[in-house]
Design a protein around this ligand. Structure first.
Ligand SMILES: Nc1ccn([C@@H]2O[C@H](COP(=O)(O)OP(=O)(O)OP(=O)(O)O)[C@@H](O)[C@H]2O)c(=O)n1
Ligand SMILES: C[C@](O)(CO)[C@H](O)COP(=O)(O)O
Length: 409
């Protein structure tokens, strides 16, 4: 069985192969730390964005990436390659040469159709890929392009306008350009054999080889990163997109302490005279314990017992603000910013209202956030249950923390 018939038997023949050219040096972008396809935009390299979109598309199959011989390490760092799906070949001295080498690498897979794309067009989208694929015929290519919007001028050798060129019917060509595989490979081979190496895109080679090419609407977003400012703008664009999915996390905590004989309770950092005290290893500040758990929960850092085991004698009688400050420090060490904290104390007595302001001030200090980001509420349990019988006090707390980066997809 040949590779081609294997493809059909498995249904893989329906999949459209992809060549991504990434062997350029990016001279016009002039980046000091490597070619433009390896520059970081948003949270990953340009080429990683591009590959991701093609690999995620349901109609694409084998992907060949043409890279420069010097870029193996850069490529490995930028892209965690799925070796089964993605092959790497060494490209050539021109874009045209790199495309040809990519196509040659696909021969054994014998795809029916191929998309050829610039690694440095990371804003290609699934709809554009889809309409390009849909327009590929048995002997017809497909080119996404946009009508030229600006008035066109030809410049003379002396830098003055020589003529105004009609823009009627003119389009700016984009990639991916789609073709029936064997005809475009044959056209590239023929151009290579005849030493014709000055085609700037594959639609031009198709045109030269008399393969008709249908124009489909391109996308204004699908820009080619050519100059340093294009890379800066791409980075800015992805960073502001990221801001739309901020990593806001919420944690909750719950705690209960029983009463025992005594003369005051400590709630949310404030000592309140009362006919009983709360029993516990530390100062038994039920509100702060709930809040500590809520803060730790925002970064999956366990609970209060993980950090301050009751078996450890050093926490005997400790002020619970130590626990809250530890949790807040841990959140901040992970880049988190505490947005707000909300504590509800559930008790029949003492009355919390008269102490709310002092509690808020104490918490504002412990957490390093303003008082308007802190809420302390109290409710009775309507005389029901252990709280209703005044056997103890319960507390629930919620904290919201904003972490750097975005919520993963
Ligand atoms: N010998 C080459 C030249 C270009 N390309 C690829 O073709 C695409 C479009 O080319 P261009 O924007 O011109 O990239 P560079 O050649 O890298 O840029 P420059 O011309 O500024 O050096 C890029 O993904 C580039 O990596 C390639 O694979 N092999
Ligand atoms: C193929 C291409 O992206 C179509 O617009 C473009 O021609 C490639 O860039 P280059 O600057 O011409 O190499």
């Amino acid at each position: 069985m040949t590779d081609a018939s294997e493809n059909h038997a498995s249904g893989a023949g329906d999949k459209v192969a992809v060549v991504i050219v990434a062997a350029g040096r990016g001279a016009r972008a002039g980046q000091e730390n490597g070619p433009k396809q390896y520059q970081g935009i948003g949270s990953q390299a340009v080429i990683a964005h591009t590959l991701e979109i093609f690999l995620a598309h349901p109609r694409t199959g084998k992907v060949v990436v043409a890279i420069h011989a010097d870029d193996h390490d850069l490529f490995q760092q930028a892209v965690g390659v799925n070796a089964e799906r993605v092959s790497v070949v060494i490209g050539g001295a021109t874009r045209q040469a790199s495309v040809r080498l990519g196509l040659l690498a696909l021969r054994s897979h014998a795809p029916m159709r191929v998309l050829i794309h610039d690694a440095v067009r990371p804003f290609v989208d699934a709809d554009l890929i889809e309409r390009t694929i849909a327009a590929i015929g048995e002997r017809e290519g497909a080119l996404p392009a946009l009508p030229v919007a600006d008035t066109l001028k030809r410049e003379s050798a002396t830098g003055v306008v020589e003529e105004t060129v009609s823009r009627s019917g003119l389009h700016a060509a984009q990639t991916p350009q789609g073709f029936p595989f064997w005809p475009i490979l044959a056209a590239h081979e023929k151009a290579h054999q005849l030493g014709k190496g000055d085609f700037t895109d594959d639609a031009a080679i198709a045109e030269w080889a008399h393969i008709p090419v249908k124009i489909v609407p391109g996308s204004p977003d699908n820009v080619k990163l050519t100059w340093a400012r294009d890379i800066a703008m791409a980075h800015h664009r992805l960073s502001s997109e990221r801001a739309r999915f901020p990593d806001i996390r919420t944690g909750n905590g719950y705690d209960v302490h029983a009463f025992e004989p005594g003369d005051h309770v400590t709630l949310c950092g404030v000592a309140i005279p009362h006919g009983k005290k709360l029993s516990g290893h530390s100062d038994a500040d039920v509100g702060l314990h709930a809040l500590t758990d809520a803060l730790l929960a925002t970064c999956g850092a366990g609970d209060i017992g993980t950090h301050f085991p009751p078996s450890d004698p050093q926490w005997k009688g400790a002020a619970s603000r130590i626990f809250v400050e530890h949790a807040a420090k841990l959140v901040r060490a992970r880049g988190g910013r505490i947005a707000n904290a909300d504590i509800t104390l559930i008790c029949e007595a003492p009355r919390v209202g008269p102490h709310r302001e002092a509690m808020t001030a104490a918490l504002s200090q412990m957490l390093g956030i303003s008082a308007d980001r802190i809420s302390i509420k109290a409710t009775t349990n309507e005389k029901l249950g252990f709280v209703g019988r005044e056997e103890g006090i319960a507390a629930i707390a919620t904290a919201s923390v904003v972490f750097p980066g975005e919520v993963p997809e």
